[in-house]
Design a protein around this ligand. Structure first.
Ligand code: HEC
Length: 236
């Protein structure tokens, strides 16, 4: 019979070992598949968070590899970023300190001659220039900046190079930022310039009536480009 012949075949020594080999093979495949499933992560590992508690005894690798920290920020992005901070600080000083004092009729007033007069504080432009001088003296800063104008009330704020002159002219004519390069003393620099506009009446009133104004001084009015912040970054 067919059944008999089958049992006979299965019962034979050779067929049994073949069957056992097959079973073993299937079991092994199943087991390794299970191991693979168990070890394969279902989602990418979360980045290790920076610990907030005291540093453990064993030093751990920084969350951000040094390579990324060292990686170059493009010159334009760097200049734009530092300019954003400068302008934010200047605006806060002008609005929250100078204007606030005036509104309160405080016994302290902003004055250009704050160094000689009692109960006075520096003007925003003076505060800005003093900050720029400190950065200038700091060898670690790695860049320089200044608030310049083609019509400076303070001679120190006149353009210091041909590229600065061109940058101011560009901003006065177009109202747009200026980006360029220049070589000074054999060193190459990235130069970025940002227009400084007459945003408040105090700007043009004070400048237009100032005793330092030269003969060719323009009559500034609302939104005029009065000068600009120039940022210079060494490229080597
Ligand atoms: C109370 C007077 C006063 C007001 C208000 C004032 N400035 Fe000035 N500004 C000055 C003086 C003085 C300087 C020179 C500061 C220095 O010693 O560097 C100056 C400098 C500048 C400079 C650099 C070129 C220069 O003239 O020496 C720019 C640009 C400028 N101011 C723009 C502005 C803008 C824009 C505003 C309004 C947001 C403004 N100023 C408000 C008095 C004023």
């Amino acid at each position: 019979m067919k059944f008999e012949s089958m049992t006979n075949r299965l019962g034979s020594q050779t067929d049994l070992s073949w069957l056992l080999a097959c079973l073993l093979f299937v079991t092994l495949i199943g087991a390794s598949a299970k191991v693979a499933l168990a070890t394969k992560p279902t989602k990418p590992a979360e980045p290790v968070a920076t610990p907030r508690v005291a540093a453990p005894a064993k030093p751990i690798a920084p969350a951000v590899p040094a390579k990324t920290v060292e990686g170059g920020v493009p010159y334009k992005a760097f200049a734009d970023a530092v300019h954003a901070v400068m302008m934010a600080d200047r605006t806060v000083y002008a609005k929250q300190v100078v204007t606030r004092l005036k509104k309160q009729d405080a016994p302290v007033t902003p004055s250009e001659y704050w160094e000689d007069e009692e109960h006075t504080i520096p003007l925003p432009a003076q505060m800005f220039r003093m900050g720029a001088s400190l950065v200038d003296e700091n060898p670690k800063a790695g860049f320089k900046y200044g608030l310049k104008s083609s019509w400076p009330l303070n001679e120190q704020n006149k353009p210091g190079s041909d590229v600065e002159k061109a940058a101011l002219k560009h901003m006065e004519e177009t109202g747009e930022n200026f980006y360029g390069e220049e070589t000074l003393g054999g060193k190459k620099y990235f130069v970025a310039a940002y227009p400084d506009r007459a945003v408040a009446e105090a700007c043009w009133v004070c400048h237009n009536e100032h005793s330092n104004r030269q003969d060719h001084y323009p009559e500034f009015k609302k939104d005029d480009v009065m000068g600009g912040v120039i940022v210079r970054v060494p490229m080597d």
